[in-house]
Ligand binder design. Structure first.
Ligand SMILES: [Fe+2]
Ligand SMILES: [Fe+2]
Length: 279
């Protein structure tokens, strides 16, 4: 029996029962429940998400090492941060039901607004937040979702030692490693830290050293409060254009990202010819 089978039964009952069930489900985060089709979609989403998470949790230290090498691959061209952020509009995370199939660009705009509404005014933290999920663009290269997102980072290394420092331990590989691998040369040390470790889960924390703890206090705690809060049903009031000033303040005009992963789609002829000219 599926988890939603009892609900399915109740929704087939009289309308008073149905509206009560719908309201309970809404409070649980099951929005847009209007009938059995919606439940089927949610069940499908959850089943797929569960399979991705299970494959992600099966990563071994050898898998992580292979992925680390993979994302050191030669880079063929340059793109603007703005364009990379725009591309997030095409990425929908299949592992997170609470994003309601919103794009990663929507997710980013929602977090930015949530931070601003809470009075966060540290521009370095805001700039890091703006680009924190760019690693998910690896899906354009055909990267498997279990190597992009699997419910956050967990320790998997046999040699991990408490207090050794996050950089000296092995954790599951995900999109945080990808954005760090590609954009670390362009950002400050503190920004690098947050990009790389923004998806750590509680079991990773004992492995932090004093440096990790200082950045955990400085940036992670505030960041995670907004990234992982269920704010994902509100309509962003701002657009990407509203963050052009922040982009110009913190990032060069273009960054070397894996253009190779985007070129096969037949996109970005301009960027390709620019890259060809540079090379
Ligand atoms: Fe993330
Ligand atoms: Fe995020």
């Amino acid at each position: 029996m599926g988890i939603m089978d009892p609900v399915r039964k109740l929704l087939s009952g009289n309308s008073a029962v149905k509206s009560m069930v719908v309201s309970v489900l809404n409070r649980q985060g099951y929005y847009n429940i209007t009938g059995l089709d919606a439940i089927r979609h949610i069940e499908d989403f959850r089943a797929n998400s569960g399979e991705v998470m299970a494959r992600s949790r099966a990563q071994t230290p050898a898998d992580v090492e292979a992925l680390r090498k993979k994302y050191e691959e030669p880079i063929f061209g340059e793109m603007s941060i703005y364009r990379l952020l725009e591309l997030q509009a095409q990425v929908i995370d299949p592992t997170n039901l609470y994003l309601y199939c919103g794009s990663q660009l929507t997710h980013t705009l929602q977090i930015m607004e949530s931070m601003e509404e809470a009075g966060v005014d540290d521009r370095e933290l805001l700039a890091t937040t703006l680009i924190h999920d760019l690693g998910k663009l690896a899906v354009f290269k055909g990267e498997k979702w279990e190597n992009i997102e699997g419910g956050g980072k967990f320790p998997i290394g046999d040699d991990n030692r408490p207090g050794a420092g996050l950089a000296n331990c092995t954790f599951k590989w995900d999109h945080a490693d990808i954005v760090h691998a590609r954009l670390a040369p362009y950002v400050s040390k503190d920004m690098q830290w947050l990009l790389r470790w923004h998806s750590i889960q509680t079991p990773c924390e004992p492995y932090m050293d004093a440096h990790d703890r200082s950045l955990y206090e400085k940036y992670f705690k505030t960041f995670v409060r907004h990234d992982r809060t269920f704010i994902f049903y509100h309509l962003p009031k701002k657009r990407l254009d509203d963050y052009v000033g922040l982009i110009e303040e913190f990032f060069p005009k273009t960054v070397l990202f894996c253009l190779s992963m985007l070129a096969p789609l037949g996109l970005f002829a301009d960027e390709l010819s620019l890259a060809a000219a540079v090379l």
